[in-house]
Ligand binder design. Sequence first.
Ligand SMILES: NC(=O)c1ccc[n+]([C@@H]2O[C@H](COP(=O)([O-])OP(=O)(O)OC[C@H]3O[C@@H](n4cnc5c(N)ncnc54)[C@H](OP(=O)(O)O)[C@@H]3O)[C@@H](O)[C@H]2O)c1
Length: 288
Amino acid sequence: MKYLITGVTGNIGPLVTERLIGAGATPCVVTRMPEKARKLFGDRVEVRLGNLAGPRTDLAEVFQGCDALFLINTGPDLGERDRACALAARDAGVQHLVKLSTLDVKTGVGTGPWHARGEAAIRDSGVPYTFIRSSAFMSNALSWADSIRDDGVLSSSTGEGKIAFIHPDDIAEVVVSVLTGRQTRNESPIITGPEALSYRQMATAIGEAIGKSVRYETLSDADAMAGALMWADRAYAEVLVDIWRAVREGRLATVSDGVQQVLQRPPKSLGDWIDENVRYFAKKAGRS
Ligand SMILES: NC(=O)c1ccc[n+]([C@@H]2O[C@H](COP(=O)([O-])OP(=O)(O)OC[C@H]3O[C@@H](n4cnc5c(N)ncnc54)[C@H](OP(=O)(O)O)[C@@H]3O)[C@@H](O)[C@H]2O)c1
């Protein structure tokens, strides 16, 4: 089997790539930044220069010779990118397209409508697929690191609503299991963390790990939007505020047994993730 992996400089792509290498494969990685990919993986991968926003004909060349494709697309036009990638995959003879999607395809919240368009286009292409419908990543919590470290505060517009963040390792292991396994095609497993937690509970858990109390502060939607616009473009900021509102209203508290079903073990907990990443939240010795 020849695996072709996208998103290798992002959050999940590198974890998938490392696991495939660990299993003895030499995956192809598609990137706009070959130097960065070489720095990450050396000669343990085959690096292919490619732009997922490029035309179908170029993409078909990039996908040539690969049996299974792990596809990550981002942004408001990801549906169109998924369409071009699926048609290119069909042209190149790819046998299985595994797309990182979101469980919000069902709720219609946040990036759900973008991914719903992408899933529909892939389905229409006729390429056998698996859509991994993931809940929000635990690593999103890194966006709170500065304010927790500097001010001891986690602020959010999610009120007391809950969400079952998932560990990135669990996503990667599910992806690898699906890519390398013999599971039935054309399925859409929903994967989440083990329990839905409020942001207040997450603040408390991080505080316990760093040995300092972390105050939870509620924000209005308007204040949350102003904060998001400081680092995100408007389309993405609107998506985030929509997600946070849905959390507050109790619409995103889904907990699934998807990780257990695929991996035959329970998902990792938020406590596991915090223990592995505590350095980002704790003040360095000597800093005032
Ligand atoms: N974050 C969450 O909580 C969450 C939850 C559920 C689903 N998701 C979905 O998971 C996916 C990954 O999201 P993320 O935020 O974690 O993104 P990410 O993996 O951190 O970043 C995106 C990756 O795609 C690559 N990329 C972007 N545009 C490209 C292009 N035109 N050609 C080639 N490569 C390109 C980037 O490479 P460069 O280095 O070239 O930029 C980067 O490696 C998204 O579809 C998101 O909607 C996220």
